[in-house]
Write a protein that binds this ligand. Sequence first.
Ligand code: HEC
Ligand code: HEC
Length: 436
Amino acid sequence: MKVTQPHTAAPQWKRTERRVAIQAAIAGAALAGLAWTGAGRPRPVPKPVDLAAPRSLEQLGLPLDATRALVPADNPQTPAKVALGQRLFFDRRLSAGGTVACSTCHDPARAFTDGLPTSIGVNGGTGQRNAPTVLNALYDKTQFWDGRVNTLEEQAALPIVNSVEMGQPTLEAAVAGIAADKTYPSAFRGVFGREPNGPDLLRAIAAYERTQASFDSPFDHFIAGDRGAIDDAAKRGWELFNGQARCNLCHALTDTKADVTNFTDNDFHNIGINIVRHQVVPLARQAEKLIRSGHAEDIDRAAIQTEMSALGRFLVTKKEADIGAFKTPNLRDVLVTGPYFHDGSQETLWDVIDHYNKGAGLQNPYLDVDIQPLALTEEQIDDLVAFLASLTSPDYRGQGIEELARQRALSRTTRPQRDTARAFGPKPPRPSPPAL
Ligand code: HEC
Ligand code: HEC
């Protein structure tokens, strides 16, 4: 198995020679330990074909001061640390049995996702949640769909010890796994001045992830004044996004100002994804008992390995209002990070918008008050998709074109979420929540 390839049949990108070359380079370097080892060695100049490489801070639309301010005082960015983190990110020896790397589920060739509805880890174990992209994760105020940790350092520890992801009994076991390779101790000493250890391993991985800022999309060029950078459909879509379609109520920092940077309010909402499938009340009771401790590892197990996953933010806060609430994701590169939502339940952006258009349409007492029927026509839905597609950074331009064509073709034959009567109907009354 290649390090960067998930081991089941997933919706395939068309394999271009370019992608094969990139994967071979990544896998070869990670396996042979050839690249990125020397502590003081200059990092390779990021080339557009090298999708794993640290990205430039000079991208149109990238908020430079804010990006620099996000680097924690106790983990400054250095080229050698980033290079070590990059190598660790692609190293399957971090996992029990040495089969799964971070990149298995966050593959740069798939915009740092795995293309699967929910992820598959060691021994083919399946989780309950869709792998979000690592691109721009540095800007997230909290990590994971339920925000159960705040920093990238804390985040990286959890998949390593989750039994269906990387399967290690402890973080120390992962350290032992990589320290057997003689080149790692010297790299750690060069970067941190000490032998390999858990906290430094997490610091290096987080430093690498902080280089994955992804901007410079056609939309950024449009906002910077190049009126021709996006087509008329995308322009109409941007208007709808901030108007009739009400997307800005959550995918913007504030309700009243258009957001051209991260497209998220850093908050959590129940927007009605799969909530009726679950008996949330008994699940909530179960969760309250099981995770009284509030430890991130306990929440992680519940979120990845049990039906309680559907409870979302409730697992973290135990507040009834947070049942089924999930983090508002950043929408950059969303065209190439499907399938969509925390459970990967929707295959195309048309399906996503159909869901919103009918106001979720469910009898869901925890549904966010801002979700309501939108009365969007087919043309308006196409325009919204065109806008979302314009948020694709140049590294994924080719894939974006192929993926948009694939999704468009699917949307013309299969629309499982479409319900025009509801979309143009009144807002249904919201049932009151059952007693917990
Ligand atoms: C088996 C697949 C798998 C592996 C291996 C894996 N992840 Fe993930 N990753 C996921 C899934 C699924 C989620 C979402 C889980 C959730 O929200 O509960 C996630 C979430 C994340 C997030 C949060 C992003 C966001 O928007 O909230 C980051 C960052 C991340 N992973 C980085 C890593 C790193 C670093 C490693 C290696 C140490 C790693 N992942 C290993 C599947 C995986
Ligand atoms: C009430 C807040 C809210 C509104 C309004 C809203 N969203 Fe979302 N959006 C969210 C949340 C929360 C999620 C994640 C939900 C989940 O997975 O359970 C999400 C997920 C998404 C996703 C999937 C992203 C991914 O990585 O899987 C897309 C695409 C999206 N929204 C686009 C839109 C568009 C387009 C609109 C307007 C038609 C819109 N949203 C309106 C809160 C909102």
